[in-house]
Design a protein around this ligand. Structure first.
Ligand code: FES
Ligand code: FES
Length: 185
């Protein structure tokens, strides 16, 4: 978030435009150091990407930048000008992540839900790049997204279910490896 503008004359960026979820949005009067996450949440009214660590460690702020998942807290808003930003609001409004959303809910991969928008962005990115990703690849792709509730097993199972559904082969047993715990309910 921007520093206290009452104490220091921080430079303000000239207005710039972002393409967000297929719409051109104008950002005016912003501090040049504002993150994309701050701009989305506080200036454009898109609170789906969550603010937690602001250090690129938790993945709760994940969005797609030209189709590639990024931590919005680590990208300057102004640097996203010229790229297509896709937020969880965009993914769910277009229905492109509907099956992922449904699989997470149906399989218990959503508990408090704070991490879910970030997982939706990361899983969307993964399955676009690698529809048949194996368990190791899925685990690696989602390793930047932290969840304090589910223990991850049910999220991995949801990915497996989506893969199976997309290839029209029904829902398999899941990706859980021996020894995985589901975590607290
Ligand atoms: S808030 Fe961006 S990675 Fe945690
Ligand atoms: S469901 Fe609560 S942090 Fe993931």
């Amino acid at each position: 978030m921007p520093p206290d503008s009452t104490s220091v004359p921080w430079p303000v960026a000239e207005g710039y435009q972002l393409s967000v979820d297929g719409r051109t949005r104008t950002v005016e009067g912003a501090w040049v150091g504002e993150s994309l996450l701050y701009v989305l949440r506080e200036r454009l009214g898109l609170p789906g990407a969550k603010n937690a660590c602001e250090q690129g460690e938790c993945g709760s702020c994940s969005v797609l930048l030209d189709g590639v998942v990024v931590c919005a807290c680590c990208v300057l808003g102004a640097d996203a000008a010229g790229a297509e930003v896709t937020t969880v609001e965009g993914l769910t409004a277009t229905g492109s992540a509907k099956d992922i959303q449904e699989a997470l809910v149906a399989g218990g991969g959503v508990q408090c839900g704070f991490c879910t928008p970030g997982f939706l962005a990361a899983i969307t990115d993964l399955l676009a790049r690698s529809p048949e990703a194996d368990e190791l690849e899925v685990r690696e792709a989602l390793s930047g997204n932290l969840c304090r509730c589910t223990g991850y097993g049910r999220i991995l199972e949801a990915v497996s279910a989506v893969q199976a559904e997309r290839r029209g082969a029904g829902v398999p047993g899941g990706l859980r490896a021996p020894g995985d715990e589901d975590g607290p309910r």
